[in-house]
Design a protein around this ligand. Structure first.
Ligand SMILES: *Cc1c(COP(=O)(O)O)cnc(C)c1O
Length: 487
């Protein structure tokens, strides 16, 4: 299996090369030459497989440059009940992504946030960490991950890479802008290969610094700078698996269909659902939920994609969905325009010059219905009301992002009256967002016992000004073997 760029001007490469590359050199995103189809017989044979075996079956269709025995070992090591141990019902942890029915066989909640950082990003990031370590070992090479985080991505990356040979993480975070819990999660890691850098600025400043360092090609090559954001194909690939797992958990036979409701940020999670459907998984609808930042709801309703500026982006109580521009959306558009890289290149030329594109008058917009998306949005008051309602009606406590997807799911299915089951993806645990939970329920959510004293642990972080040269000097010193003093 070879991978191509959505912009059509990069050489086709096998999996391990694009794993380490992240973004394609022509600025596009990598996609497989085709989506492997799953026959009805094969689908039937997968029903009942444990998570790791199902993951192996699906990943084998996309990866042919890792020997099967090695791939199996990597997947087995990643998807264990020990890593994904924070399930609501601890005895179900071995299911990895337990499905909980809110209304039997009608409305389900898919637990995706039972990993070490209590957010669904652990599902893919843990596999990415193991893939990186494996590929670097084979190539006798090393990688220094540089990233910026507003909360969930940074901690998921650090917990996936900590203690790994040949890998270091340099994670920039905006000083004082994360929750105490999120800060403690990251800064309490004492591993020598994890470097937390708190920037005196906003998330966008941190992001701009990552871009500036990565655009210095000489520095990037000399210090082997890599990335873990969701433009990396391996993250999307890992997420395809739980759509299949959830489908089998929610249905009795393969003649049935299900719908999924997904809270959207960078369009990575729902892109995996779209690909699962292209592979032949019987998905009726993909329900896309946004918060106040409704760029994608607007596109699916009008055909116009208009990324917002940082100043137009709302800071909300579902912060991981506060995006102005969805980086994985290019993968979906590539499919929508019939794999025409030239069209994608033209559209993204408009986007990169700060404009919008409008497909409402094009034949592509008419094709949109083939892809079975519906969309909606959820605002702060909806989120609060939905958390409260879920607690009262279903006896379950959900986080603000999951509340957005539940709200939109109930709206588009007219309160759960669809024939097919609707599965709401749970992307984080409530314990991460106690302020919003207090507002909704009047008390803070409980957290796993082993995380009880998290905020009291010693923290390791370096404070820095938003200065590109200073960051480069910090990375150079750490990589060359003389890490500067930490505070
Ligand atoms: C990252 C994140 C999202 C958005 O997922 P995308 O793949 O970026 O669309 C939603 N909820 C939570 C809790 C997240 O951490």
């Amino acid at each position: 299996m070879r991978y191509f760029s959505t912009r059509g001007r990069a050489p086709a490469l096998p999996f391990c090369d694009i794993l380490l590359a992240g973004l394609a050199p022509d600025g596009g995103l990598y996609l497989p030459e085709s989506y492997p189809k799953v026959s009805p017989e094969e689908l039937a044979s997968w029903r009942g497989l444990p998570y790791a075996e199902l993951a192996f079956a699906i990943l084998s269709k996309y990866i042919d440059d890792i020997p099967p025995a090695d791939l199996k070992a990597l997947v087995d090591k990643t998807y264990t009940a020990e890593t994904y141990r924070f399930a609501r019902q601890p005895e179900r942890a071995q299911e990895i992504t337990p499905l909980v029915w809110l209304v039997p066989e009608k409305l389900g909640l898919l637990e995706l946030s039972n990993g070490p950082t209590l957010a669904f990003k652990d599902m893919a990031m843990q596999l990415l960490g193991n893939f990186f370590a494996y590929a670097l070992e084979k190539r006798n090479d090393s990688l220094n991950i540089l990233g910026a985080t507003s909360g969930d991505t940074g901690s998921a990356a650090e917990y996936a890479m900590r203690g790994k040979q040949r890998l270091s993480v340099f994670m920039l975070s905006p000083q004082g802008k994360m929750s105490d819990f999120q800060r403690a999660q990251m800064y309490s890691l004492q591993d020598a290969n994890i470097h937390n850098i708190a920037i005196n600025g906003m998330f966008d400043d941190a992001q701009d610094m990552v871009k500036a360092v990565s655009n210095d090609t000489a520095f990037k090559a000399r210090y082997k700078i890599g990335a873990v954001n969701s433009i990396n194909w391996a993250r999307v690939l890992a997420q395809i698996v739980y759509y299949f797992k959830a489908y089998f958990a929610a249905t009795r036979h393969d003649g049935q269909k299900v719908s999924f409701s997904v809270p959207v940020g960078n369009f990575g999670n729902i892109c995996a659902g779209h690909i699962a459907r292209q592979m032949g998984l019987p998905i009726r609808r993909l329900i896309l939920a946004t918060n106040e930042n409704d760029v994608l709801d607007e596109f699916f309703k009008t055909g116009c994609y208009r990324p917002r500026s940082a100043a137009e982006t709302f800071v909300t109580s579902s912060p991981s969905m506060d995006i102005s521009k969805a980086s994985n959306f290019e993968r979906f558009i590539f499919d929508l325009v019939g794999h025409n890289a030239e069209v994608v290149r033209d559209l993204w030329k408009q986007i990169e010059s700060g404009e919008a594109f409008d497909l409402s008058a094009s034949p592509y917009f008419a094709r949109l219905s083939d892809f079975a998306f519906v969309s909606g949005k959820s605002l702060h008051n909806d989120r609060i009301a939905t958390i409260k309602m879920a607690h009262e009606r279903y006896g379950i406590i959900i986080d603000p992002h999951t509340a957005d997807s539940l709200k939109v799911a109930l709206e588009v299915t007219e309160d759960g009256r669809d024939e097919e089951p609707v599965i709401v993806l749970e992307t984080a645990q409530a314990a991460k967002f106690s302020a919003t939970l207090e507002e909704a329920l009047g008390h803070s959510p409980s957290r796993p016992a082993e995380l009880a004293g998290l905020e009291a642990l010693p923290q390791k972080v370096t404070l820095m000004a938003a200065d590109i040269e200073a960051i480069k000097a910090f990375i150079a010193a750490a990589v060359d073997g003389s890490p500067p003093a930490q505070i």
